[in-house]
Ligand binder design. Structure first.
Ligand code: NAP
Ligand code: ZN
Ligand code: ZN
Length: 347
């Protein structure tokens, strides 16, 4: 075991503060990664404040991690010391169930070791995330990072990128299709870039009038201020696919009604309270309401390679770790363009 520095919160109403904890010595299949950048996902805030229930404290959040390999175990094949590496939302899974075997570790039917606010496969040892100086991860749960894109901008791909890429692929979004993106935040801005790169005609639904110019710069063809229901009514029965990335309670029926026959609305946003769904938002056009959770290791690597090839990365505001609490407050107000990323040198 060796000591590691990070920032942790001690409880749902505490702030994040400096914290020292132990990481395991790298085993034969592990890589030790010096963390260079870590994004701030809204899920970090939900969990640090125990909004989803079952939180484990002290909690070191962070699952949008990029860094450099500083040590490798004796059996490691895919990484060498000095190479870039990435870690997303989980660091292990049961490896035996049908989902793990299908490369869909995020839907593991056994035990998933989430990168933080979880436990390792022994179901006892707590996991600590990326707001820290270093992390030890099995190479099979570690991603290859291309040096082609700026690293701070790549970090958010490890969650915001894959969470939006995976449902766009699964639901086969194709050139010419009409895609809606609800909520222009960290996930939303990646959804615009990715859906546009896949050839879709993208319309953004936002509560923030001031984001229109950005939405268009990111690749959106349309921008709708969602606060006025009349703006939505005009677009009924129009969309093939809608990705809903809103972090707070909102009326999902208003968006379901915008789907054409057999259209799909996928929730990736995870508001802490239940959403109300009207049967008649779904029935008349045989619409589907779906959900999607990040992506597996194989698909995350595919997304990273796709982004390197298409020069797609996140728009970020890089901050020193000392500003992490302020960054949480600003994220909650929608005051971030479009992802905060912590420069870990400042730790
Ligand atoms: P974020 O950067 O805070 O963006 C959320 C956006 O939602 C805001 O920018 C805002 O967009 C909109 N919004 C916020 N409050 C709203 C309200 N009261 N009514 C309507 N719209 C509102 O958050 P994020 O990091 O993108 O995460 C978004 C959600 O996805 C979170 O719940 C997070 O936990 C979840 N998530 C899920 C997965 C998964 O695997 N499914 C992975 C990562 C994150 P406008 O200003 O444009 O209205
Ligand atoms: Zn996340
Ligand atoms: Zn499994």
């Amino acid at each position: 075991m060796f000591p590691t520095r990070g920032y942790a919160t001690k409880g749902p109403t505490s702030i994040l503060e400096p914290f020292t904890f132990e990481r395991r010595e790298p085993g034969p299949q592990d890589v030790l990664i010096e963390i260079l950048y870590c994004g701030i996902c809204h899920s970090d805030i939900h969990q640090a404040r125990d909004e989803w229930g079952g939180a484990i404290f002290p909690m070191v959040p962070g699952h949008e991690i990029v860094g450099r390999v500083t040590r490798v175990g004796s059996q490691v094949k895919r990484f060498k010391v000095g190479e870039l590496a990435g870690v997303g939302c989980f660091v292990d899974s049961c490896r035996r169930c049908a989902s793990c075997k299908a490369g869909l570790e995020q839907y593991c039917e056994g035990h998933v070791a989430w990168t933080y606010n979880g436990t390792e496969q022994d179901e006892k040892t707590p996991t600590y995330g990326g707001y820290s100086s270093q992390i030890v991860v099995d190479e099979h749960y570690t991603l290859k990072i291309s040096p082609k894109l700026p690293l701070a901008n790549v970090a958010p791909l490890l969650c915001a990128g894959i969470t939006t890429y995976s449902p766009l692929r699964y639901f086969k979004v194709a050139p010419g299709q009409r895609v809606g993106v609800v909520g222009l935040g960290g996930l939303g801005h990646m959804a615009i870039k990715l859906a546009a790169a896949m050839g879709a005609e993208v319309t953004v639904f936002s509560t923030s009038k001031t984001k229109e110019r950005d939405a268009r710069r990111l690749g959106a063809h349309g921008f709708v201020v969602s606060l006025d229901p009349k703006n939505l009514d005009a677009l009924a029965d129009r969309f093939d696919f809608i990705l809903d990335a809103v972090s707070a309670p909102h009326d999902v029926n208003a968006y379901l009604r915008l789907l054409r026959r057999d259209g799909v609305l996928t929730l990736v946003g995870a508001p802490p309270k239940p959403l109300e769904v009207h049967a008649f938002s779904l029935i008349p056009r045989r619409r589907t309401l779906a959900g999607s959770n990040i992506g597996g290791i194989r698909e995350t690597q595919e997304m990273l390679d796709y982004c390197a090839e298409h020069k797609i990365a996140s728009d970020v505001e890089v901050i020193p770790i000392q500003q992490v609490n302020e960054a949480y407050e600003r994220t909650l107000k929608g005051d971030v363009r479009y992802r905060f990323v912590i420069d870990m040198k400042t730790l």
